[in-house]
Design a protein around this ligand. Structure first.
Ligand code: ADP
Ligand code: MG
Length: 249
């Protein structure tokens, strides 16, 4: 069954048709990769799923409910959590303080700016944050400032912050961009672990084919704002249209 169902989505920026006739169906509890050349519309599509952009046409259904017209935080509460292209963590806060933010938001609904001051002394929230950090192998780093973490660990923290809200669908936009090979491999292992241990669907935008083929069960290739082909990794690998879109062959 599809947990995410995108039909005929179109999005225009002025004179540029960034997305047109996008259909995408993501099956529950799978890892689905969205690949495609730079400028293909991958991030725009993701933004349409989380309420950051509103498509001009089409529908986006999550678990049978439309996300269109809902605010990003409402979509987040429906069970969609998103990891951005550049890590969105608070560098001046410690790892633990960062982790407390989504844990607190989960308990009290929409996150409020004074959350951190109110959270002090609230045991259950702190327990949840510690549990998440232990789960993600970051408990030893809880007193470090987030800014001083390695690129891989920043990404790990950000993913942990998303998972603390118990999403049913985790969206990742190029999570390994700019990473060294070792950090990339750690991120692959982390996502595999998450997939094994949780009831979760993962949709990942990724340009690194090593990452894509290590994780994805289905792959959608986007080119010039529209899906070129959707198939299993094995079939995508040898697909002539994919070679053409990527390698100009
Ligand atoms: P990808 O993530 O696949 O690299 P994007 O979705 O970021 O591609 O961009 C698709 C196209 O839309 C690009 O040509 C980009 O320049 C354009 N674009 C993206 N966001 C905006 C925006 N907010 N305003 C105008 N053009 C945009
Ligand atoms: Mg992008």
């Amino acid at each position: 069954m599809a947990i995410l169902d995108v039909k005929n989505v179109g999005k225009r920026f002025g004179g540029l048709q960034a997305l047109s006739n996008v259909n995408l169906s993501v099956a529950e509890n799978t890892v689905h990769a969205i690949i495609g050349p730079n400028g293909a519309g991958k991030s725009t599509l993701l933004n349409c799923l989380v309420g950051k952009l509103i498509p001009d046409t089409g529908s986006v259904m999550f678990d049978g409910q439309s996300v269109l017209g809902r605010k990003p935080y409402e979509i987040n509460q429906m069970g969609i959590s998103r990891v951005f292209q550049t890590p969105e963590i608070f560098g001046d806060l410690t790892v633990m303080e960062n982790m407390l933010i989504p844990c607190f938001a989960k308990r009290d609904g929409a996150f409020q700016l004074n959350a951190l001051s109110r959270v002090v002394g609230q045991r259950e929230v702190i327990d949840h944050a510690e549990h998440m950090l232990r789960d993600m192998n970051m408990i030893d780093k809880r007193h470090m400032h987030a800014a001083s973490l390695s690129r891989g660990d920043k990404r790990r923290l950000e993913i942990a912050m998303c998972l603390a809200q118990n999403p049913r669908l985790l969206l990742l936009d190029e999570p390994t961009a700019g990473m060294a090979r070792a950090d990339t491999n750690n991120t692959i292992d982390l996502l595999k672990q998450i997939k094994e241990e949780r009831d979760i669907t993962i949709a990942i935008i990724e340009h690194d084919m090593h990452v894509v083929f290590s994780l994805a069960e289905r792959i959608t290739v986007l080119a010039q704002g529209t899906p070129l082909v959707e198939d299993t990794p094995d079939r995508i690998k040898g697909h002539p249209k994919v070679k053409e879109a990527y390698l100009g062959e």
